[in-house]
Design a protein around this ligand. Structure first.
Ligand SMILES: Cc1cc2nc3c(=O)[nH]c(=O)nc-3n(C[C@H](O)[C@H](O)[C@H](O)COP(=O)(O)OP(=O)(O)OC[C@H]3O[C@@H](n4cnc5c(N)ncnc54)[C@H](O)[C@@H]3O)c2cc1C
Length: 312
């Protein structure tokens, strides 16, 4: 709660600060407002998180059938609350008396009794994958979001690096919306760790698959890139106008690692400290859906609500 100072400034703390305005964070924010908790949501990207970029949604209870339609409804719902939306990047967390302080990129310090981190996932970068070495410093990539599909198809000679599950989503979406000739499909460089996910690609789509055991260098070349890879001891080069990493995702856990143990993939394994909560895609890799994120965000905030009630 806030106090109005003599100089007109406000001091005080929110009951809960939520990092990330994806479905987990927004659901938490609406629940917080509905039970009378003061809340803010800190978001550095699009409202709706990943959902803002999904072209088709058929497995979430709503009359909306696309991500942007869902997000439009969620934005209206948020506007009708007293939750403060803070457009900033949460950089750091510190324990303070009776809660947490969130420091942001712009230098703000936001105090709250509870913090819910619902920061989702990010794509694995080329330079952090164990089978990829020799990545030059200045590599630009296209993220494999549905709202980038047209850009990928328009590129001269794009190369999808890795065959994780978003490849299946891409193929299905593109096959439905564009009548592509076989030669128009991007090349895909398949590394062994995600080769299993090729089963998501319909058998009648003949992708140009390049099989690699390792990728040994990625460097700029003119307007594009040269990728050197090895398979069965033979080294080969491929040229690409654009690179689209598809190597999996990692949880956005930067705010948490100081306070809790994480596994090799970056997911939280240990107990969280008091008054720190997590929800949504960054919790575990297996349940990543809109519905589960919405449920977890609501569950986390209600947990804080009842716990705070007992503390008072
Ligand atoms: C291509 C694709 C298609 C999908 N299709 C479906 C589908 O059809 N149905 C379905 O149920 N699920 C689908 N999903 C999964 C679904 O989108 C996710 O499970 C869901 O969005 C997770 O919600 P979240 O709130 O945990 O994270 P996100 O939606 O990722 O939101 C996290 C938010 O946190 C913000 N953030 C991160 N770090 C910070 C920080 N430090 N400071 C401020 N803000 C921060 C991010 O900008 C982001 O907006 C799909 C996912 C993808 C990638």
């Amino acid at each position: 709660m806030f106090t109005l100072n003599h100089d007109g400034t406000l001091t005080g703390m929110y009951d809960i600060a939520i990092v990330g305005a994806g479905p987990a964070g927004l659901s938490g924010a609406l629940i917080a407002d509905s039970v009378g908790m003061s809340a803010c949501v800190i978001e550095s990207g699009p409202i709706g998180g990943t959902v803002a970029k999904i072209g088709h949604v058929t497995n979430f209870l709503s009359d909306a059938t696309t991500g942007p339609e869902l997000v439009e409804r969620w934005e209206r719902a948020l506007e009708a609350t007293s939750v403060e939306l803070i457009r900033d990047h949460a950089e750091d967390l510190d324990p303070v008396d009776d809660g947490w302080r969130v420091r942001t990129l712009s230098g703000a310090e936001i105090d709250a009794g509870y913090v819910l981190v619902s920061a989702g996932n990010r794509w694995v970068r080329l330079d952090e994958h164990p089978l990829i070495t020799g990545v030059a410093a200045d590599i630009d990539v296209i993220d494999f979001w549905p709202n980038e599909y047209q850009r990928i198809l328009d590129a001269d000679r794009p190369l999808i690096v890795g065959s994780d599950r978003p490849l299946g989503t891409f193929v299905l979406t593109v096959a439905e919306e564009w009548d592509l000739e076989a030669s128009a499909w991007p090349q895909v460089l398949v590394l062994p760790d995600k080769a299993y996910a090729l089963s998501d690609v319909p058998a009648d789509v003949q992708l140009d698959l390049l099989w690699a055991d390792t990728i040994d260098s990625i460097r700029p070349d003119g307007a594009g890139y040269i990728v050197e890879y090895s398979h069965d001891g033979v080294s080969t080069q491929v040229q690409a106008s654009d690179l689209v990493p598809n190597l999996g995702t990692r949880p956005n856990n930067e705010l948490l690692t100081e306070f809790v143990a994480v596994d090799d993939a970056g997911y939280v394994t240990g107990d969280l400290p008091a008054r720190l909560l997590i929800a949504g895609d960054l919790v575990q890799p297996s349940h990543r859906r809109i519905a589960t994120a919405v449920g977890e965000g609501a569950h986390a905030v209600l947990t804080a609500y009842y716990e705070a009630g007992e503390l008072l």
